[in-house]
Design a protein around this ligand. Structure first.
Ligand code: ADP
Ligand code: MG
Length: 394
């Protein structure tokens, strides 16, 4: 397969039906968290997938996602539970569809100076890593497509200069590891001006797609080794790839920050039946995801109450990305199988709630006043030169 072509820039909300219309207010443009649901196709491990084993149905015309009733309680539920999301990517959807629906609008916003976040939520095996981090040729996930899009856009741009650097963090058992420098120590801190950041994080500059892919590969291989050492699969840790994009045009600088987040599996402890060290893990994962859920709940309620960001490392790390100041798209990943229906409903409910989170994203812009003054002074001198020359002649 050839290189991935990034498609042209989309309309801000193509194909989506926002509850709140965008309007410019004092605190920035008002919007809300976008939620895309992706149902993966059946895979080999879904035993006996066939007639009667599907948990969902989708009415594309009306954009309605229905829960199908279980074989034994078909009579009871005459009214199937239904959901409406910004987009549903049904089982036959391609990686490019996920990119178009969830990735590209956010990456475009980041290239214009916003903070943006694409986050995958769902139970283990539902397709989070496939959607976000898959590396196989022709089936690349959002991360790799984002790199292509960023560097294609930068190459085609004449007026603006882009600088890209990448950091990659993992949260496991409520401790944070720098995947680009696993031996170092990192700590989540807060700056009154720029918000939460990872102190000590390694930021690696990238000027080409190849650079970025190398950095991603390095982080992914560290994620794998860190996991085996701690006797854990990647499904038990959260990973956040953070891409800083600085856009300079003249004396103005825009600082965009992109968070691509692959969350740990959202399944309940009971079902996975883990014990001992596995149980501690499951509890820590549940705790951070529960805190995430509570933050979303508070944000969605639109009350003055402060979300409990500080109660877990995950929510602290993501507070800039999910706290209502960023262009955020959540991808709810679901398995298609009846045996997973309870988990699927949990994920869909989480997504439905997140659609109520109001976002007032602002462009992070700064002006280099030193250069601006110098440039204005030189303009003034240029204008005054003929006058001075005339004066001299007189
Ligand atoms: P998660 O990260 O949520 O635990 P994975 O992304 O690892 O789940 O997906 C589980 C399995 O399903 C993998 O083998 C993956 O390749 C496959 N899979 C997931 N989504 C899709 C898809 N949309 N098309 C084809 N295979 C998929
Ligand atoms: Mg995964």
């Amino acid at each position: 397969t050839g290189p991935i072509r990034s498609r042209s820039r989309p309309q801000a909300s193509a194909g989506m039906a926002p509850k709140r219309s965008s309007s410019v207010k004092g605190g920035g443009e008002e919007d809300r968290v976008r939620v895309v649901v992706r149902i993966r196709p059946p895979v080999r491990k879904d035993e006996k997938f066939g007639e009667g084993s599907e948990s969902l149905q989708y009415d594309k015309e009306r954009n309605l996602l229905f829960l199908l009733a279980k074989e034994d309680d078909k009579e009871k539920s005459a009214d199937p539970k239904q959901f409406v999301f910004d987009r549903v990517l049904w089982k036959d959807s391609q990686q490019a569809d996920a990119w178009d629906a969830a990735g590209m609008p956010v990456v475009n916003a980041v290239m214009q100076g916003y903070t943006g976040c694409v986050m995958c939520y769902g139970q283990t095996g539902a397709g989070k890593s496939f959607t976000l981090a898959n590396e196989s040729a022709g089936q690349e996930g959002v991360m790799i497509r984002a790199f292509h899009h960023i560097f294609d856009t930068a190459a085609a741009e004449r007026e603006l200069k882009y600088e890209v650097s990448i950091s990659y963090q993992q949260i496991y058992l409520d401790s944070i590891t720098d995947l680009l420098n696993p031996g170092g120590t990192v700590e989540i801190r807060e700056d009154p001006k720029s918000g939460v950041y990872v102190d000590g994080a390694k930021w690696m500059p990238a000027t080409t797609v190849q650079d970025a892919l190398k950095i991603l590969g390095k982080g992914n291989s560290n994620r794998a080794t860190a996991s085996t050492k701690m006797n854990s699969a990647s499904s038990r840790s959260h990973a956040a790839l953070i891409v800083r994009i600085t856009t300079t045009g003249g004396v103005r600088t825009l600082s965009g920050m992109l968070y691509l987040v692959d969350l740990a599996g959202s399944e309940r402890i009971k079902k996975s039946g883990v014990e001992g060290a596995g149980l501690d893990e499951a509890k820590a994962i549940n705790q951070s995801l529960t805190t995430l859920g509570r933050c979303i709940e508070v944000l969605a309620s639109n009350k003055k109450e402060k979300p409990p960001f500080r109660e877990s490392k995950l929510t602290r790390l993501l507070s800039n990305a999910i706290g209502g100041g960023a262009k955020t798209t959540l991808i709810i990943c679901c398995a298609p199988t009846m045996t997973d229906q309870q988990e699927t409903v949990g994920s869909l409910d989480f997504g439905q709630q997140a659609m109520n989170v109001v976002v007032r994203a602002k462009v992070n812009a700064s002006t280099d006043y030193g250069s601006l003054t110098a440039s204005l002074l030189s303009q003034r001198d240029m204008k005054q030169k003929p006058i001075r020359e005339m004066e001299a002649r007189v």
